[in-house]
Design a protein around this ligand. Structure first.
Ligand code: ATP
Ligand code: MG
Length: 289
């Protein structure tokens, strides 16, 4: 049966599952479906790679206004910028759109839905234990990254931000529970243990052993996930459609001209600087008179 997942008014989607069972492919399909619309802009954070030209997002990245690999510091900077965007949108939405909630008028080319994908989210959030300064610094960055992501999910709905978080890790700190619990949609591909299923879907899944993602540990279930939706009791199983890499690459290439930075779009609407991307750049060298 076709299953529809309304993502209107949804600020966050948490996605878990064992390696190779289809988390990234599910995101890939959504990106390909939405890429032809100028009313959608994308930012990708891929915790699995160090550079944009590597890995699962190497082709899709052409359709994104921002990309970041596994560097915690760079992720921190990008998440801060996105939170700045969220704040600037919150401050100006009534004046610009005439409503308090973007979904009352829907996304547009000038005020697009901003889709933020944080793939292998545990890379950015996981706790670093140790007392040496380098480890302490990583721990502080990870804690701040989790707080920033929480801001995006908690406060992003009405201004048109949608954050996807995926992880193959099976503990509550992979996608911190304070973030998971504010994501109205939860998905889990196959899992090894009931605890891992809880980390992705929340405690309720213990009450529904028949549909537990633990039962999906078979190659036949690659691309099959168990889904929860706030406001609906129980869970359903879905099979996500697959897009071949070459098709995804073609879609991204053909739609790359639609990329706009949402902060620049907001500046066009308000005449105010939103996120100064150049503020951390070093000063140009002084020229002797
Ligand atoms: N819906 C699907 N239908 C058929 N095959 C799929 C589907 N989704 C994924 N696959 C196959 O499974 C492979 C792995 O999927 P994917 O990279 O999405 O896994 P993942 O959960 O993101 O893994 P990891 O945690 O290692 O990143 C894909 O390359 C593809 O061959
Ligand atoms: Mg993946």
């Amino acid at each position: 049966m076709p299953v529809f997942v309304p993502l209107k008014e949804v600020p966050g989607v948490a996605m878990g599952g064992l390696p190779g069972f289809g988390k990234t492919s599910c995101v890939n399909r959504l990106v390909c479906d939405w890429a032809p619309s100028p009313a959608v802009q994308f930012a990708f954070l891929d915790g699995k790679v160090s550079h944009a030209y590597e890995g699962d997002y190497a082709d899709l990245v052409q359709r994104a206004f921002a990309f970041c690999g596994d560097d915690l510091e760079k992720a921190n900077k990008l998440l801060k910028e996105l939170v700045e965007l969220r704040r600037a949108r919150s401050a100006s939405i009534r004046k610009v759109l005439g409503v308090k909630n973007m979904w009352h008028v829907g996304p547009s080319e000038a005020w697009p839905l901003v889709v933020i994908v944080i793939d292998e989210a545990h890379t950015y959030f996981r706790d670093h234990r140790g007392s040496d300064p380098a480890t302490k610094r990583l721990a502080a960055l990870a804690a701040e990254n989790a707080r920033l992501a929480e801001d995006l999910v908690k406060k992003g709905r009405s201004v048109g931000l949608l954050t996807f978080l995926t992880t193959q890790k099976t503990t509550g700190d992979a996608i911190p529970t304070f973030i998971r619990d504010v994501c109205p949609v939860g998905l889990s591909f196959a899992q090894k243990t009931a605890d891992a299923a809880v980390a992705a879907l929340g405690d309720d899944i213990r009450e529904w052993p028949d549909v537990s993602p633990v039962t999906l540990q078979d190659p036949a279930y690659v691309g099959v996930a168990v889904m929860s939706q706030h406001g609906h009791p129980g869970f359903i199983r879905i099979r996500t459609p697959y897009v071949y890499d070459e098709d995804a690459a073609r879609v991204a290439e053909q739609t790359a001209h639609l990329v706009r930075h949402p902060a620049r779009l907001l500046e066009n609407l308000t005449g105010r600087t939103v996120v100064d991307l150049t503020k951390d750049d070093p000063e140009p060298p002084a020229v002797a008179a």
